[in-house]
Design a protein around this ligand. Structure first.
Ligand code: BTN
Length: 256
């Protein structure tokens, strides 16, 4: 579908949507829609991406028709400097909406038993007037058989099919995940990440783990002590405790 200029903002995320058999990246579909004044909650969903991307410039690959691949357009009131936790909010919402016991792995992974089942990509444009537009991308390995799961250099991958032993309806899942995200995002916009802190902490897969953070040039290794009220990862290092912003961390890997 095409997006009408100055479309009226929809109350429910996903009411204005672009549903595509394939595309390069749904992130680019919502970015283009934003330029055409699409409302907050505009959704782009596809069966297949030819140029799907992940965090830190990585590629996000999936076979056609197996995964849930979508992006949402957000027009937050929260100032750009305080938007980093949106990625965590989305991870939490996805983890809570999946039909398996899932956890969040800071900053953008959703895991089941230590294997990655979903990833979040948050891209931000700050406009000259100081307001921002966020392109929130979500990829969930849904009906991906074990042999098609991507190799990663960091975490093993899994899918809902592998975990449940049965396929999952992707459209119903889309609805659940989008509704879950909308509710969590409203909490974040109204009350900040602190309002979601306890829920995030309850699903935090990293707490207590020895992890190495790649910071673009250097690495630090320490024991994860959870996240703080601003959504930063707190690490206990040999010389004390320090909090890291997702923006400065290129990769999180288990310490050897
Ligand atoms: C990651 O784990 O590094 C983030 C992966 C995000 C993938 C999704 S799929 C839908 C949206 N479009 C993209 O190109 N990427 C995100």
């Amino acid at each position: 579908m095409t997006v009408a200029p100055n479309a009226v903002s929809s109350a429910r995320f996903g009411q204005v949507a672009s549903i595509l058999p394939d595309c390069g990246s749904t992130q680019d579909i919502v970015r283009a829609a934003a330029l055409e004044h699409a409302p907050e909650g505009f959704l782009a969903v596809t069966d297949h991406q030819t140029a799907g991307r992940g965090r830190s410039g990585r590629t996000w690959f999936s076979e056609p028709g197996q995964s849930l691949l979508f992006s949402l357009l957000l027009r937050p009131d929260t100032p750009p400097a305080r938007l980093a936790p949106v990625t965590l909010v989305a991870g939490l919402a996805v983890a809570e909406a999946l039909p398996v016991a899932a956890h969040v792995r800071w900053p953008n992974d959703v895991v089941v038993g230590g294997a990655k089942v979903a990833g979040i990509l948050t891209e931000l444009d700050v406009r000259p007037d100081g307001t921002s537009v966020v392109f929130l991308g979500v990829g969930v390995n849904v009906n991906v058989p074990a042999e098609d799961l991507p190799d990663t250099d960091r975490l093993p991958a899994t899918s809902l099919l592998v975990e449940l032993g049965a396929p999952v309806d992707r459209m119903s899942l889309l609805e659940r995940v989008v509704d879950s995200f909308q509710a969590a995002y409203r909490e974040f916009e109204n009350r900040g990440f602190r309002a979601l802190f306890d829920r995030y902490a309850a699903l935090d897969a990293l707490v207590g783990a020895e992890v190495t953070l790649e910071l673009g040039g250097t690495t630090v290794t320490g024991r994860a002590a959870g996240v703080d009220g601003d959504g930063r990862l707190v690490l206990d290092l040999s010389d004390g405790r320090r909090a890291f912003d997702a923006g400065e961390v290129v990769r999180v890997v288990d310490a050897l």
